[in-house]
Design a protein around this ligand. Structure first.
Ligand SMILES: Cc1ncc(COP(=O)(O)O)c(C=O)c1O
Length: 424
């Protein structure tokens, strides 16, 4: 039976958490701050829960320097629910913008407004997706699933990284993207780090920004698997979301940062229905969740508290450098592993192009299937766990989330080196 200290865990999510947070969590789960109650037992509307929610929100605002014109929401349903929520909410925003334009043109002629917006929805509205891996693909497929029966040509896959060789593993350069015109686009969606394929944008993809003279583009980012691993320019985004279970905490909550004006650019449900569109389901409706301070329905307060502890621990560790400090540490660990892969090209093969290599999910192959199995089996014997690639792609994936210590990375690279020397 290994102890926690003897195990080096490289799982892709849920991911390792700082041991001191888990120990504090174990206590809070039974008897929070000597109140005689578990955090899993208290009301989500109690003063204790309200304070936990506010403190966790504040820690995120501080870590990411989130400007005042953004709201932080806690959502249910994981990153996957936000694939749908993005469509429901952003389509509504686009329709409301068109309704306001039509109102300017037609005054209070409601029939004319309705006809115009209906026509716009059918012929103009576009949702742009950059597909650089399995998760952005899933998000675009969910958009198609929701909109296909209503407005079949609305999804624009502006780039699909598989186009060159049938596989994910690169980010096509932005001159090759075919974004729809900024007037028509409801949003541009990208996944900052593709967990399955090990593909990460090296920084904000400037190709999604509107050109001078164009209307603004609303940029949506899925940061589920690299949240809090480096600073982010929040202002460049309309919405950022991510499930907590990688760098932030345990599963059950999804963090969402949304520009406040989008929460009020909302048509009535009846207008949406009249133009042939759905109205967002209530638990995915960002405006409703915001109005209720993320407590429209029962929130897992324990998970929110854990996320808060992780964030406060990052603030305490890195001080004023905040996520710049975490970025330096994440980069150093990732470099250590990639260097070992590159030192032994006859044994290890990286699967991602150099400029798209993820710092969080380091994916590679071992030279043939037999040796690869031997590599993974040998790792398990040494308590180097969670290294199997995603079931859809196979191979090896070493996930390098924030709580993975350098010491564990070194254990892995020592093993890789010994293995490579044994298998020249
Ligand atoms: C980048 C990314 N987006 C979305 C998801 C889906 O998250 P969930 O399982 O919380 O729905 C995942 C899950 O691993 C992910 O890695």
């Amino acid at each position: 039976m290994p102890t926690r200290a003897e195990v080096s865990y490289f799982g892709a999510g849920p991911a390792p958490l700082p041991t001191h947070v888990l120990e504090a969590g174990a206590k809070a789960f039974v008897n929070f701050e000597d109140s005689g109650l578990s955090l899993a037992e208290i009301s989500h509307r109690s003063p204790t829960a309200t304070k936990i929610l506010a403190d966790t929100k504040q820690a995120l605002i501080s870590l990411l320097d989130i400007p005042d014109n953004y709201e932080v929401l806690f959502m249910h349903g994981g990153g996957s629910a936000e694939f749908s929520a993005v469509v429901f909410n952003m389509v509504a925003v686009w329709i409301e913008k068109r309704r306001r334009m039509a109102e300017k043109e037609f005054g209070d002629d409601q029939g004319a407004i309705l006809r115009k917006v209906k026509q716009d929805v059918q012929h103009d509205m576009q949702l742009d997706y950059l597909v650089t891996g399995s998760w952005s693909l899933k998000a675009s497929q969910e958009a198609a699933n929701l909109l296909e029966p209503l407005t079949p040509n609305a999804i624009n896959v502006a780039t699909d990284a598989r186009d060159s060789n049938g596989k994910f593993g690169s980010i096509p350069s932005d001159e090759k993207w075919s974004l729809s015109s900024s007037k028509r686009s409801a949003f541009v969606y990208y996944c900052d780090n593709e967990t399955v394929d090990g593909v990460e944008f090296p920084g904000f993809p400037s190709g999604v920004e509107a050109q001078p003279g164009e209307e603004e583009r609303l940029v949506i980012a899925d940061m589920s698997s690299n949240f809090l691993s480096r600073p982010v320019d929040v202002q460049k985004h309309a919405v950022i979301f991510g499930g907590a279970q990688k760098n932030i905490g345990i599963t059950d909550i999804t963090l969402l940062i949304v520009r406040k004006d989008l929460l009020t650019t909302v048509p009535t449900p009846s207008f949406l229905h009249q133009v042939g569109m759905f109205s967002p389901p209530v638990v995915l409706n960002w405006s409703v969740v915001a109005k209720n301070n993320s407590l429209y329905n029962t929130m897992p307060i324990f998970s929110i508290w854990i996320a808060g502890e992780v964030m406060r621990s990052l603030l305490a560790t890195y001080g004023i450098t905040k996520l710049k400090g975490q970025e330096g540490f994440s980069d150093a660990k990732a470099r250590t592993i990639y260097q070992m892969i590159d030192w032994y090209p006859q044994v290890f093969q990286p699967v991602v192009e150099l400029n798209a290599r993820s710092r969080m999910n380091i994916c590679f192959r071992v030279k043939d299937p037999e040796t690869e199995k031997e590599f993974l089996d040998g790792a398990k014997k040494l308590n180097l766990l969670g290294l199997n690639g995603h079931r859809s792609v196979g191979g090896v994936r070493a996930s390098n989330y924030n709580a993975v210590p350098m010491q564990n990375v070194r254990k892995l690279t020592t093993y890789m080196e010994e293995f490579a020397d044994r298998n020249p």
